[in-house]
Design a binder for this molecule. Sequence first.
Ligand SMILES: Nc1ncnc2c1ncn2[C@@H]1O[C@H](COP(=O)(O)OP(=O)(O)O)[C@@H](O)[C@H]1O
Ligand SMILES: [Mg+2]
Length: 270
Amino acid sequence: MLDFFASSRTEKNLDALAADKVAINVKDLTLHFGEKRALHSISMKIPKNQVTALIGPSGCGKSTLISCFNRMNDLIPGCRVDGSVEIGERDIYHRKENVSVLRSRVGMVFQKPNPFPTSVYENVVYGLRIQGISERRVLDNKAESALRNAALWDEVKDRLFESALTLSGGQQQRLVIARAIALEPEILLLDEPTSALDPISTLTIEELINTLKDKYTVVIVTHNMQQAARVSDQTAFLYEGKLIEYSDTNRLFTMPREQQTEEYITGRYG
Ligand SMILES: Nc1ncnc2c1ncn2[C@@H]1O[C@H](COP(=O)(O)OP(=O)(O)O)[C@@H](O)[C@H]1O
Ligand SMILES: [Mg+2]
């Protein structure tokens, strides 16, 4: 009963969320790859300092949607975006938006860990060096704090100058998260961050995600429904490029409003 009231309250908030509580405001977003429409008129408000999961079968548009939140689709030829994505009351698709500043405010981590073939330390301070920071003390402090926040410090503090490629897959993924965190982003986008990892590393990353929302807004794509249920506050279910249902996570997995959601969460299609 309590749960029900808690979830119906959250649900109401998603639609009528106060502007200062919204991290990403997606308005009537439609995306085409050439002739093919990959996203159909999606509107959703993603709350600040919470974890929002995007789920749905392979090819439904999860990666396409999350990539719109830092304009990673810009480089794809034939890609056209209509509608708007507001972050901090500005439409990031406005022609005057500075996309490299945007990408430091909105960090992204992909399925396969992609550390640079340099040391652990240089991976973490990479973005800071690009921003022109070179003072050793500043870099050291920021590297340590990013590695601590990514729950990796204790494992790497004695091997900061070894190659990042000597780390395990799970450590590499936390290193990539530290690299994004070092830039103090507002939002972290995680596109299937654990699907290349073993169960123990997956658990470590899920625990990490739980702590990250104190500081950041997290959006995570996962094809693993248990993972969405474990880590997220609200869940969006996408199907064939459409947002079918967007609700409090408990609600979506226990009392879905839409039949398509129910069919998906009960495993009737992949
Ligand atoms: N670069 C691209 N060019 C053309 N079509 C694409 C491209 N990327 C994705 N698509 C298509 O858009 C749809 C959504 O893909 P995607 O967002 O990758 O799905 P998901 O991440 O949910 O598996 C799919 O039909 C896919 O084939
Ligand atoms: Mg994908």
